[in-house]
Design a binder for this molecule. Sequence first.
Ligand code: NAD
Length: 330
Amino acid sequence: MRALIFDTKRYDRDTLTAANAGRHQLHFTEVMLNAETASLAKGYAAVSIFVNDHADARALEIMAEGGTALVTLRSTGFNNVDLAAAQRLNMTIMRVANYSPYSVAEHAVALLMTLNRRIHRAYNRTRENNFSLEGLQGHDIHGKTVGLIGTGRIGALFARIMAGFGATLLGYDVAPNPDCLALGMTYVPLDELLARSDVISLHVPLLPSTHHIINRDAVARMKRGVMLVNTSRGKLVDTEAVIDGLKSGQLGAVGLDVYEEEDGLFFRDRSDQILGDDEFARLVSFPNALVTGHQAFFTHEALNEIAATTIQNLTDFETGTDNANVLKPK
Ligand code: NAD
C-alpha cells in the first residue's frame, strides 16, 4: 500500500526501506504531522508518525478526507493521537507496542550512573588535564532505595538492573507486576515512594492521570537530595518545580531524556540558533542536571524492531489480519 512516512531522519529511511524489502510504496518526508501539514497525506492510504507529530482531531479529519485509513505510530507512547476522533472517523491507529524495552531501561541507568559518578564532569576535566576529584564524589547504589513510578515492560527491566546493583526496590503502579514482585519490589502508595526513595525513575505513560505526576507538591515530599530520572514523557514533570527543586537543593540530581516542551526543540541540530526556551536554558545550566534529546530508544536493535513492526502493521492492515498493535479509545 502507499504510505507517507512523516517526520523521518536518515536512520528511519534506512531501517524502514530495509524492512520493507519493496513490499509497500513508502514515501518519506521530514515534515512533521499537524493540522497544517495533514493535507500532504492526500491520496495515501496509510501514514506513519513519530512521538512529536500531532494526530489531533483536525489533522485526522483532514487525512480521512484525503483517503487515509491507517495511522501507524513508530513509538510505544500514543499520547499524541486523538483516539476518540480516529474511531469517529473510522480510522485505524496502530503503534509499536513492544520494541526493545532494554534500550530505554538501559538509558535510564546511563543517566543515573552518569549523574551519580559525575562522569559528564570527569569527561571534561581529564581532557583539560584537570585530575582533581573535588566535586566528583558519588554514592554506592548498593543499599540505596530506588523508587519506580510505573513498573510495566521498561520499569521491570530497570528494576532488574537496580536489583543487580543491590538496591531496595519500591514501586508505584495501578497494576503491580509479578516480575517486579519476584525481584523483591514492595508496592507502596505514591507519597510513601516519594518520601523513602534515594532515586526515583519514571516509567508510566503520559495520561491525564499522570500529567505532572511530579509537581511542586511531589518534589516537596521527596527526600532532600533525591535523584530524579525521567525517560518516559516530558509532561510527567512540571519543569518549573524541578528547576526550583534543583535551585534549593531539594533535588540532588535530575536526568531527563524527555522534556515538557521538547516538541519543536528536539530531534534537530539547532546549534546555530539562539535558544528561545529560557526554562530549558536554566535546566541545562545546572551541573547536576543532565538532558539527552529523547534518545533512550535509539539503539540498533530498537530501530530495526520499530521498522519491522511498522511494515508488519501496514501489511496486516492491508490484508485484514488481526494485529495486537491496534489502539482503541478507553
Ligand atoms: P507499559 O505499558 O509496559 O508500562 C506502563 C506501566 O504504567 C504499566 O504497568 C501501567 O499499569 C502503569 N500505569 C499506567 N497508568 C498509571 C497511573 N495512572 N499510575 C500508575 N501507574 C500507571 O509501558 P512501557 O513499555 O514500560 O513504556 C513506558 C513509557 O515509556 C511509554 O508510555 C513511553 O511514554 C515511554 N517511552 C519512552 C521512550 C524514549 O525513547 N524515551 C521510548 C519508549 C517508551
